[in-house]
Design a protein around this ligand. Sequence first.
Ligand code: SAH
Ligand code: SF4
Ligand code: F3S
Length: 470
Amino acid sequence: MMDKKVYIESYGCQMNVSDSEVVAGILAKQGYTPVDRPENADLVLLNTCSIRDKAEQTVLNRIDGLQHLKRKNRDLKLGVLGCMAERMREELLEKKQVVDLVVGPDAYRSLPGLLEEVGSGQKAVNVLLSREETYGELEPVRLGSNGITAFVTIMRGCDNMCAFCVVPFTRGRERSRDPRTIVEECRNLVEQGYREVTLLGQNVDSYRWNVDSRGDVKDPDQPVTDFADLLDQVARVSPLLRVRYSTSHPKDMTDKVLEVMARHPNICDYIHLPVQSGSSAVLERMNRGYTRAWYLDRIAAIRRILPQAAISTDIITGFCGETEEDHQQTLSLMEEVGYDMAYMFKYSERPKTLAARKYPDDVPDDVKGRRLQEVIDVQNKQSLARMQRYVGREQEVLIEGVSRRSAEHLFGRNSQNAAVIVPRTMPDGHDLRPGDLVRVTVSGATSGSLKAEPLAIVHRREPAPEPVGA
Ligand code: SAH
Ligand code: SF4
Ligand code: F3S
């Protein structure tokens, strides 16, 4: 087979990172090896995001920026994958003449055929969404991996129709992946030396396998598996494998899931529970399916069942009709919960969504921006306070790689997902290395990371992993 080179760049959420690895797996069978610079590639793929207008503008600029490569290498092909392929296929093919290939998130199996069309000088498109596709049995090729942590997609699509959100339009209907293929993938990862998986879905709490859309059992010989069951199965793969997941949905998060987390020490004490707004009136217009009181009840359940857990969230400022009073409620909810971390955004209207059709985008941009800054200020204070509570305490840290700031320091995470920086050399002269699970004492904190002194290696991965990256 001819040796060809593919360069894949991922934008947007972790799902796209995971999808790019599925794509690399499909292309590996066609003789493509991944490279880490577009200059060295025969095929450049951008796996794109539509979540906010800015995300799309970034990719459109990137496409323009790649034009010169095609002038230098006439055989180079450029493809757009992912959510923008789904939402903007016409614009991409008409306005961006340099784009040869447009493939939506459910159509990656058709890439070999599409690449043949592209090879004969045509443009190729497939943006069909599917009700079944989960790429369940396909073997991903890990891209730019540290060899220690990996993403595993457990479901695709979303049925929630939050009023602001484009995902149901770009990713289609929700479907769950066969748990046997998920457990198998996790087993393989452990064998290859991986020490942490993050299970991915837009709403993991609605994971349900072996039931049809009416709720009837599909295969009577197989059990019905919900997210708590799946989490339990993955946690049993190996006590050495740390398990994380994202994203929980407040309307669906059950105590059963929290209890499974409490039972397994290798399931990390970390929950990402996006709230979006602290005002019940705004949540109602957002079609989120819960109120402020319901959300706070879910937080209370986490604090009760998993008292050590860190909680993070997503917040949107300036959604349609958001008043100053609504905004104050978001700030007060943040004070009440005390999040460890938050992703915070200005509302960006997305074509075709419920909000775009039903509500005017009536909060002026400068007001959205000012509210965003107030939300960020509250969060910075809280992140710092939450991080400071680790100081003086012992923690277990999985070392992932070398610190970005200093070659003499390594970087890892504690169970609560806080970044921890430790010196490479232990007091006894031994060097730590990626893959080590280390007991440390935390000696300092900023709002973004912890500083710690290593005490002992709890578990060392043998043999030592191949060094990755430069
Ligand atoms: N499935 C996840 C969210 C996926 S999108 C969930 O339901 O929580 C990630 C985050 O992007 C969302 O939580 C939301 O805070 C933000 N987001 C989504 N659409 C947006 C929009 N139109 N404008 C601004 N932020 C948006
Ligand atoms: Fe979007 Fe809501 Fe689905 Fe999350 S749950 S992906 S915000 S529609
Ligand atoms: Fe973006 Fe699509 Fe993920 S819109 S956030 S890449 S699902």
